[in-house]
Design a binder for this molecule. Structure first.
Ligand SMILES: Nc1ncnc2c1ncn2[C@@H]1O[C@H](COP(=O)(O)OP(=O)(O)OP(=O)(O)O)[C@@H](O)[C@H]1O
Length: 674
């Protein structure tokens, strides 16, 4: 295997930013948060251990010093029966402190898993769970709790557990938004691509990213729980006298507020400080969490699958064959229609086109990784004798990483910032290859060498934020190779990198295809990349393939005016050829899904459009192995007409009004782009 050079941008960045997983302790460094944590710890420990240190029993009366102010004998004074306030307050603390924790545990124990399931399973499941939780939210919880007390009596822990069940609906709603947002992050996709099952994706990647929000919500809920327990006791639904409770002690003190105002102070202060501390902690954590989460994603109902209009003949040699693929927004417009192409073993196929043409949707369909609310509604994706369309998530998990892997545009976000490179590589290696920890590490080092990283040991110990973009993309490629896949889907793998690093990553991909049996589908808007790397090309426009064939055929003799225009607009110029005075341009923009014109979707922007282009027409064969979606292709070829740059000085054409046909002009060839 060829060892490739390190990227020019350097491997280790000098300014490592903090990892999200390490933010909690940092949030606690704020003075307010420190005091709050200290107070909470103090109250909890003092309350739980009160029977061991309290100076008096809770029912022990000192009738000589009733309603006493603080003194050496009674540090916080005494109540109307001469009972020691210090002993009673901290003995009373155990119940609210523990029962509020029960509320938090129950609320999160129910709400959080439901949110994770809803976020993972998509709109249908989410809708069912959301409707059920809405019922819980609509219940009058105070009345319900009082009714429960009427039935079972004052059993604070059970009551607070029931409160937890009621509040779990609210927890679910907050957590659902966060979980959906976290699941959109590319490293979660990457983990799924690497074959991680749903439980492990949630436990290893989604939950840690939600930790801060969970902590904020839990701290806030804890404070609310304390107030509710105290409130119930204040109303008489607390421990029976002489057992102390904060609520009853405050209620008792309120009777003496004019004659012995001090009586209210110690209990009120302890309760208030404890609630304030819980909220201060929540605030400190929230301060850290702000900006970490993205807004809740829209979800829609999946549409019924429609039968493919026409299925291309199967290509037995192809490792992956896509036929008449249609991808649509559920209950919305089609994003991709009638896409067909075949990926041959050991070859690189480029999906090329302007932004918004449906390249990414097509590529993600191959792994069953479409965004929520978007699904394959027609056609087939045949791989190893099976149609991947309609496979269950379980079957797709078995396939991802092992058979088909993916690398994406943003290597940094494809790697989980919380784990070292070694951890992220050895996990999938052990799972895919069934090896032990030590062997997995050896394989990880080999994979890093294979992707051109020479100081693998150092990189293995690094975290993603310590890697440069090029280095991170190499690691992401190594990660994709952990399952020894047969097909690699690369979505704009060089777009986020600077030019020198781009070239190195392309060299790496070329070497991998040459040295292994890998077949690659690469998504790119860059014709230079396509000419450099691809054996076959499918040019996409407005959700469909307008021209396909070998890279040499499509790039040297583009037949579709859109393919010609893309090439003519490409700024790459081969050595020795004069730089053109003016590059061709394509007027207007790609029409969005749902507003594609009838007939040729490119007609509104095409120099050669005629009436016949605006009515439906069949796919026509072109080149030896491909197709072209243009009724005028043959005629244009015969007359040697191809896309022309506008004459210098000509006013730019408005979108939607096609310019007049121009005369023959030459376009850069594939050779020119290489
Ligand atoms: N989650 C989504 N829901 C609805 N429509 C979407 C979603 N994601 C993308 N689209 C739309 O689908 C169409 C195809 O998008 P896609 O990302 O596949 O294009 P692309 O050719 O890969 O472009 P780019 O290079 O900008 O990623 C676009 O019109 C886009 O706005």
């Amino acid at each position: 295997m060829t060892a490739l050079p390190l990227d020019a941008a350097g491997e280790i960045s000098p300014d490592p930013s903090p990892r999200p997983g390490r933010r909690l302790p940092e949030a606690l460094r704020r003075p307010g948060a420190l005091l709050a944590t200290g107070w909470l710890l103090f109250v909890v420990v003092a309350s739980l251990t009160a029977p061991l240190w309290r100076p008096y029993g809770v029912a022990e009366q000192d009738l000589a010093s009733r309603l006493a102010l603080p003194s050496a004998d009674h540090w916080l004074g005494t109540d109307p029966l001469g009972r020691d306030l210090l002993s009673r307050i901290f003995t009373a603390g155990t119940e609210p402190l523990l029962s509020s924790a029960v509320t938090v545990l129950v609320a999160f124990g129910i709400g959080l898993p439901l949110a994770l399931i809803a976020a993972e399973r998509g709109p249908r499941v989410e809708r069912v769970i959301s409707r059920v939780t809405e019922v819980f939210l609509a219940l009058p919880s105070t009345i319900l709790l009082l009714a429960v007390i009427g039935v079972i009596g004052v059993r604070t822990f059970i009551i607070m557990a029931i409160l937890g069940v009621l509040i779990s609906a609210a927890v679910y709603r907050v957590m659902l938004g966060v979980a959906q947002s976290v699941r959109t992050r590319l490293y979660v996709d990457a983990a799924r691509v690497n074959g991680l099952g749903s439980l492990r994706v949630n436990v290893v990647h989604v939950l840690p990213s939600m930790a801060t929000v969970i902590a904020v919500q839990a701290a806030q809920l804890y404070g609310i729980g304390l107030l509710i327990v105290a409130g119930l006791a204040f109303l008489g639904f607390g421990p029976a006298e002489p057992d102390p409770s904060w609520g009853f002690m405050i209620q008792d003190a309120s009777s003496y507020v004019f004659t012995a105002p001090w009586l209210m102070v110690p209990t009120g202060l302890v309760l208030a400080l404890t609630v304030i501390a819980a909220n201060e902690l929540a605030d400190a954590l929230a301060g850290k969490a702000s900006g970490e989460t993205a807004p809740v994603r829209r979800t829609r109902r999946p549409a019924a699958r429609t039968a493919p209009v026409e299925t291309a003949a199967a290509d037995p040699a192809a490792v992956l064959e896509v036929a008449d693929l249609t991808v649509a927004v559920d209950d919305g417009p089609e994003l991709v229609t009638g896409v067909s192409f075949a990926l041959q073993p050991g070859r690189v196929l480029g999906l090329v086109g302007e932004s918004g043409c449906g390249k990414t949707m097509t590529a993600r369909s191959l792994l069953g990784l479409l965004p929520d609310g978007v699904s394959v509604t027609g056609g087939s994706i045949r791989f190893a004798g099976r149609d991947l369309v309609g496979l269950s998530e379980r079957e797709l998990v078995a396939l991802r990483g092992r058979e088909i892997a993916m690398i994406s545009q943003e290597p940094m976000v494809a790697l989980d910032p919380m784990f070292s490179v070694a951890y992220q590589l050895t996990g999938p290696i052990r799972r895919f290859r069934g090896v032990g920890r030590r062997e997995a590490r050896t394989i990880a080092a080999q994979l890093l060498r294979q992707v051109g990283i020479v100081d693998g040991e150092r990189v293995l110990k690094s975290y993603p934020h310590q890697l440069s973009g090029g280095m991170a993309q190499r690691v992401a490629i190594a990660l994709a190779l952990t399952g020894e896949p047969r097909v690699l889907v690369a979505d704009e793998p060089t777009t986020a990198l600077d030019v020198t690093v781009q070239a190195e990553i392309l060299t790496l991909l070329r070497a991998l295809v040459r040295d292994t049996d890998l077949s690659v589908v690469i998504v790119s808007h860059d014709l230079g990349v396509v000419a450099d790397l691809c054996d076959d090309v499918a040019v996409m426009y407005a959700g469909t393939v307008v021209e396909s064939g070998t890279a040499a055929a499509v790039l040297d003799e583009p037949a579709h005016p859109y393919a010609q225009a893309l090439l003519a607009a490409n700024p790459h110029v081969p050595d020795g050829v004069p730089v053109p005075v003016r590059l061709a341009s394509i007027p207007g923009t790609v029409p969005p899904p749902g507003s594609w014109p009838t007939g040729c979707r490119f007609a509104t922007r095409c120099q050669f459009a005629q009436d016949q282009c605006r009515s439906p027409f069949p796919v026509l064969p072109a080149h030896a192995t491909g197709s072209v979606l243009c009724v005028r292709a043959e005629e244009l070829a015969r007359e040697h007409l191809s896309w022309a740059a506008e004459p210098v000085g000509a006013p730019p054409e408005a979108a939607g009004s096609p310019p007049e046909p121009a005369g023959a002009t030459s376009v850069p060839t594939a050779g020119a782009l290489r």
